[in-house]
Design a protein around this ligand. Structure first.
Ligand SMILES: Nc1ncnc2c1ncn2[C@@H]1O[C@H](COP(=O)(O)OP(=O)(O)O)[C@@H](O)[C@H]1O
Ligand SMILES: [Mg+2]
Length: 290
């Protein structure tokens, strides 16, 4: 395995990017890109007694999954099932208690930030609430350019290009996040995520904080961008209908475990696990949203 530190030019992801997604219609596209093996994460609640340690929360209890290059992979489960924990580990924003995460064959779990440059370039994240993920004191121009600046890359015309790609006017660049609606702010967050031309876009409930009336627009924008840019998508939602709209593969998470995984249409038509059936029964329809 090559040393990840300080060798961005030898990045295998960059070297092999450019041929994703072409065969999406035929199912999982390329070779394995993200591999998660036996991942666990135990949190400690703050101690309430001097003599006993805080209570352990087993947020992930041994999760394995594979996301292929060009695939659109959905993770679905109710609140508290461990979805955000799984995403944080997958993006190396947190360390697992045990298990491994590899990206393009390179271990990322538990690595220090300076060794994760290749990952920060190749994988970008959109969070649920753009209000808290965007610094309110920064102009949109600087917010969108920031990931490029952080990677030491030229900004050039990229901000205007990106604003156009997410359906915002060029004049948006000079304004501040609070001057936009929730849906527009999520467009800004998406533009920012796309700035370094990532291969993978990870989204954690990106429409859950938005008005129902604009959710469909943002989902359709994500679908269009994924198509145009050949993105690999890892998309988390509590709503299986939303995952079905956007993804081809789904993993159903329940209480820190994957209880079912496969092509989303198969899981939708014939759910194999009682929990998936319960989720389906609780699914709000997408009617009026798309
Ligand atoms: N930092 C933390 N400290 C303690 N418990 C946590 C922490 N983050 C998450 N949890 C717990 O881990 C479980 C899974 O949380 P999370 O991954 O956020 O689920 P989801 O995103 O599916 O709603 C929940 O029981 C939650 O309360
Ligand atoms: Mg969550």
């Amino acid at each position: 395995m090559p040393s990840p530190a300080g060798t961005p030019d030898a990045d295998p992801v960059r070297a092999s990017a450019g041929a994703p997604a072409a065969d999406r219609a035929g199912g999982p596209a390329g070779e394995p890109l993200i591999e998660v093996r036996d991942l666990t994460r135990v949190y400690r609640r703050p101690r309430t007694s001097l003599t006993r340690p805080g209570e352990a929360v087993h947020a992930l209890k041994g999760v394995s999954l594979t996301v292929h290059r060009g695939e659109r992979f959905g993770i679905v489960g109710e609140s508290g099932s461990g979805k955000s924990t799984l995403l944080r580990l997958l993006c190396a924003l947190d360390r697992p208690t045990s298990g491994s995460v590899t990206f393009a064959g390179r271990e990322v779990a538990g690595l220090p930030e300076r060794s994760l440059r290749f990952l920060r370039r190749s994988l970008q994240i959109v969070f649920q609430d753009p209000m808290s993920s965007l610094d309110p004191r920064m102009r949109v121009r600087d917010l969108v350019a920031e990931p490029l600046v952080a990677l030491g890359e030229p900004v050039g015309d990229r901000v205007a290009e990106l604003l156009d790609a997410v359906g915002l006017p060029a004049s948006a660049a000079e304004r501040y996040p609070h001057q936009f609606s929730g849906g527009q702010r999520q467009r800004i967050a998406i533009a920012r995520a796309l700035a370094p031309r990532p291969e993978v876009l990870v989204a954690d409930e990106p429409v859950s904080a938005l008005d129902v009336s604009v959710r469909g627009q943002i989902l359709n924008l994500l679908a269009d961008l994924a198509d145009e840019l050949g993105l690999t998508l890892v998309f988390v939602s509590h709503d299986l209908a939303v995952v079905r709209h956007l993804c081809e593969t789904v993993a159903v998470v329940h209480d820190g475990l994957i209880v079912e995984t496969g092509p989303v249409d198969d899981v939708w038509e014939a759910p194999g696990h009682p929990y998936t059936r319960a989720l389906l029964a609780a699914v709000p329809t997408l009617e009026g949203m798309l």
